[in-house]
Structures are given as C-alpha cells and as structure tokens.
Design a protein around this ligand. Structure first.
Ligand code: NAD
Length: 362
C-alpha cells in the first residue's frame, strides 16, 4: 500500500536521523509519499512562527507524521513546539517502549518496559505566573486568603494540572495497550503521598480504571521508589503509566537501562492522529557530523509501520535493525562505548547496513 506521511526533519541532529529513518522505511517494502513540513527555529526563520499552519494542516490531513527532534530555547524564546504540537492535536498518549536488543551496551538483561506518559497536562500545561507580574500578585493574594500561606513577592508559579478526564483516558490507554499487546501488568506511578489532590486524583482514577481490566495485574508505586527499583531490578516492571513530567523523566531513565537514547523510540498518539519521534532531543553539539545513532528514529519508524497495519514489514525492519545492533560492525559510538573511532560508523552508514540486511531478508 501507499501512505502519505508528514515528514518533519526538525533541527540539530533531526535532519540526519530522519533521513536515515526515511531511507530504511522506503527499503522496508512500503511506499511512502512524504509531505515535508518545518517546525521550530527553521520555521520561525522561514514563516515567522515556530508552528506554522501548514504543518498542523499537513498532520491533520495525513493523520501520521514522522518527526525529528526540535530545539526549545531554554528560559526565554518560543515555547516548546513539541509540547504545543501534542496539545494542539490532542496526542494525549506518549508511548515509549524500552527493550534490550542483543549486544546493546547495558549491564542489564531482559528489560522490556513500556512507558505510557500522559502528554497534555500536568506541569506541561504552560499555565505559568512570572515573578513580579500583576497576575502573580493576585495569585499570591489568593493563596494567602484561602490557604493561609504567606508567599513572598519574589515567587513564581507553574501550575500542575491533573484532571479526571485526562487521567482516565491515559490509564485506559495503558490498559488497552497491555491487553492488545499481551502484557501482564500495569503500574501507575505518582507522588500521591505529597500531592494529595493532583497525584491523588491520578491514582484514584487509575484504581477505578484497573477494576475494568480484571485480567491485567495492577499496582502503584511512588515515583522516587520507582527510580530506585528501576536501577536495581527493572525486570519487575511491564507497562508504566505516568503523568507528564514523571513520564518524561522516567522514559529517559528507562532508555538508559536498555542502551541509551540512541535506541529509544517513541510515538505520540491521539484518537485519530499520530506523530512518531525518538525520545531524544536535537543534541545540537552533534549537528551535521554524521555521528549520532539513527536507530531510535528508525525504531520509531517501526512503530509507525505497526500503526499503519504494516505488521510484517514492521517485523522485517525491526529484525534488520536488531541484526545490525547484534553484529556490532556498523554501529555508532554510543553503542560501543570506548571503542576507537575506526571501529564505529556514522549515521548514514547505519542506514546503509540496515538496508543491506533488508535486501538479504527479502
Ligand atoms: P538530547 O536528547 O538532545 O541530547 C542529550 C545527549 O544524549 C546528547 O548530547 C548525546 O550525548 C545523547 N544523544 C541524544 N540523541 C542521541 C543519538 N541519537 N545518538 C547518540 N547519542 C544521542 O537532550 P538535550 O541536550 O537536553 O536537548 C537538546 C534540545 O532538544 C533541547 O532544546 C530540548 O528542548 C530538545 N528536545 C526535543 C525533543 C523533541 O523534539 N521531541 C525531545 C527532547 C529534547
């Protein structure tokens, strides 16, 4: 079948890793018509906005996008295009599988965790009150009146927003995913001992939803305890469901367990649209060096093939990637820590090697 897919190269290392992923996807037995669209500083320079209408329009039309990372200015400048895209298109579920491929550089064995991160609210709601602003002064006054807490004028706020509706749909997503993918356990992650109303609501909703899935084991864990347990015995975890911020942090931790950001794929999913992108960012210091690992982006492409119903081609591509990792001859520096330069290859050579494996398997 033919598919029209929005292709967002991103910036930093984005164009290199998306090009590599595009090449292996085209070699996987599926025909793609790419609809090129720009985001972030590139779009800002070209169109005067980091999130142009044609980008949103393209994704709304094609329903599927493959996206490279986009840099977000720290502190000032435009707000995160990544967060805005997910919110604008209501891509409420961020799915980040973290599993060990043979010979990936990790001291662990048998880790196969799926992180399900809520994507639309929590501390990412962008409801912020800047220090010294008139609104902030009103909020300080309100807190003083209603909570009897005296806050200084030098205070700023970022609202942690947790709703019943968003919590319910992400926890249901996690259970549905577990059911469809033969997973045994869902663990809800929270800090409800301290944030009794926000995380407390998330946990209460998770407990309610769990009752609708009696065949799947459910438990819950406090986020700091989870981090300790993940680095001690990650094999005990199966599907994790988390509010936005914990999900972001824990998915990078889980990427570390399975060999690093170079092998950590992801997807942002809504009811009828999806954006596939790696967990990693734009790693600006490596821009244009043909150095970084494109495998996370390629594995995001494998997730895209599954989403499109191209199960066989997805399995073929995943096997070709796994074979390249296992062989260890054509991998980037991050998969061979400490190896001399002549024993690692660049981004495009990894794509060449995966394409060779695909040819052999066809
Ligand atoms: P990063 O993930 O870009 O890079 C951190 C480090 O991880 C890199 O220096 C590199 O050592 C390693 N790394 C990342 N990707 C790799 C790859 N493919 N192969 C090998 N090594 C890899 O994190 P950062 O430096 O904190 O963020 C850079 C920018 O990316 C920021 O502006 C951030 O906001 C943005 N970002 C974007 C997205 C997205 O577009 N979805 C996600 C995360 C961060």
């Amino acid at each position: 079948m033919d598919y029209k897919v929005t292709l967002i190269p991103g910036d930093g290392i984005g164009p290199e890793v998306t090009e590599a992923a595009k090449r292996v996807l085209e070699a996987s037995g599926v025909t793609f018509h790419w609809d090129l669209a720009y985001a972030g500083s590139i779009a800002q320079n070209m169109f005067g906005t980091p999130l142009p209408d044609h980008l949103l329009g393209s994704i709304k039309k094609n329903k599927v996008a493959l996206k490279g990372p986009v840099t977000t200015p720290v502190g000032s400048g435009f707000r995160s295009v990544n967060v805005a895209l997910r919110r604008e298109l209501d891509l409420y579920a961020c799915l980040r599988p973290c599993k060990i491929y043979p010979r990936a550089p990790t001291p662990f064995k048998d880790v196969d965790i799926v992180v399900v991160r809520e994507n639309t609210e929590d501390l990412y709601s962008s409801i912020e009150f800047e220090v010294g602003a008139p609104d902030t002064a009103r909020l300080i006054e309100l807190v003083g009146e209603t909570k009897e807490k005296v806050l200084g004028e030098d205070t700023s706020f970022s609202l942690k927003v947790i709703s019943r509706t968003a919590s319910r749909r992400i926890v249901k997503f996690a259970f549905d995913y577990a059911q469809t993918n033969n997973r045994k356990k869902v663990t809800a992650v929270h800090k409800a001992n301290i944030m009794k109303f926000s995380d407390g609501l998330f946990l209460a909703v998770a407990r309610e939803v769990a009752k609708e899935y009696p065949d799947i084991e459910f438990d819950n864990v406090i986020v700091d305890t989870l981090c300790m347990q993940l680095v001690r015995a990650p094999q005990q975890f199966d599907v994790l469901v988390l509010p936005n911020l914990y999900g972001d942090i824990v998915s990078e931790l889980c990427a570390g367990l399975v060999g690093g950001l170079g092998v950590a794929p992801g997807a942002n999913l809504g009811d009828d649209m999806a954006i596939f992108e790696a967990t990693h960012g734009s790693a600006p210091k490596y821009t244009g060096q043909n150095k970084v690992n494109p495998i996370a982006m390629m594995l995001s492409g494998v997730m895209m093939l599954h989403h499109l119903g191209e199960t066989k081609n997805a399995a073929r591509l995943e096997k070709a990637i796994a074979d390249v990792i296992a062989e260890g001859k054509n991998v980037t520096y991050d998969l061979k820590p400490g190896a001399p330069r002549d024993q690692v290859v660049g981004t495009s050579q990894v794509a060449d090697a995966v394409i060779e494996k695909l040819k052999v398997s066809s």
